[in-house]
Design a protein around this ligand. Sequence first.
Ligand SMILES: Nc1ncnc2c1ncn2[C@@H]1O[C@H](COP(=O)(O)OP(=O)(O)OP(=O)(O)O)[C@@H](O)[C@H]1O
Ligand SMILES: [Mg+2]
Length: 421
Amino acid sequence: MKVLVIGGGGREHAIVWKLAQSPKVGELLCAPGNAGISKLARCIDVDAEDVEAVTALAAQETPDLVVIGPEVPLAKGLTDRIEAKGIRVFGPNAKCAQLEASKSFTKAFLARHGIPTAGYREFTDKDELKANIGLFGFPMVLKADGLAAGKGVVLAEDARAAEKAIEEMMGDRVFGAAGDRVVVEECLRGVEASVLCFVDGSAIVPMESAQDYKRIFDHDEGPNTGGMGTYSPSLVFDEALEQQIAERILRPTFEGFRADGLDFKGVLFIGLMITDEGPKVIEFNNRFGDPETQSVLRRLDTDILDIFLAVTENRLSEQEIKWNDDRAVCVVMAAGGYPGAYDKGKVISGLDDVDEDVIVFHAGTKFGAGGETLTAGGRVLGVTAVGATHDEARKKAYDNVKKISFEGAQYRTDIGIVYQD
Ligand SMILES: Nc1ncnc2c1ncn2[C@@H]1O[C@H](COP(=O)(O)OP(=O)(O)OP(=O)(O)O)[C@@H](O)[C@H]1O
Ligand SMILES: [Mg+2]
């Protein structure tokens, strides 16, 4: 089979790496891909967010399956466009993609189906919102409704910070139309965890749990990032919690999709706060998480192509999905300055020195003129190790991170350590 993967980050490298193991995959393509992906797939330099160009590429290459990694093309309706060409797609259609692309859509969905989440109110008028500063107390959780590359949520500590955030979102429109509607939420307390699920019309199937680390510095300090590391399985989960999540969140979500005519086919990423009252939904994303995918897919034994095909054919309920008992840890190496302005084009050395069973997923890399691997993004690499125990995987990941270097490289030293709030 011929498979085309859309995207060019660490998540897509992990998906391509897993697909490359399938005996049924004959030809593997990726647009745009990166230096690491190019060793496993033919990379085509087409911007993943350019829906016209990607649709034209799919029409030209006529793959048997297209797998869409990032949220922006999903929200722009890339799935619908490619399916209209008669090509099957793993990834939700534009209607379902609102579950990530609109906070307001998701809050209404959760409320309508009685799924536990923070109380909320939404605003489209700046002055009305300003008159409600302190609603639900502080910190005041303010969310731009639309996609904002992970930067659209502010937890304002006081009235001044709230006023500033409101001015930026609704006055200066720093997120464009995404901030014309703002959702204000009750602030939840607890430990955060995420659950990734495969979903189609026949079933919702959680993958193995994973924990991610969003802040740039150790001890969860400094600004938010796309994610600085992850490990799987999560140490926060136990059987009782998994049971609660299945009953209170997964089942009503699946039934809600049916009731609302949401024909979801792909990955639903559920961000949770584990509160004293049980798990509550913080957000939905509608694609594989990055970097959660890097650690989770290292533990998947089943051929991922079979799962993708089952989802596109609404056969997920019959599909066997096997995970191994390994522990996985992924440490992200980022460019100096990230998540602010950062350098690109730094030579990466040591990539060939890592242990054989450690996989370095490339997040932002490209080849230089002389064939050397250069940094090309904020998050550069995801060094991913597995072991029989959590500590062994952790040690192996860090031992190998130390073998790799590029100017300005930064990484957290505490990936895999659990903080209780
Ligand atoms: N109601 C809440 N109470 C407490 N913290 C919250 C709440 N909502 C969001 N947060 C915090 O803000 C973070 C970002 O929120 P959310 O996941 O809704 O935004 P996002 O921009 O869609 O994130 P992502 O980039 O992970 O998709 C959460 O991971 C959580 O730490
Ligand atoms: Mg989100």
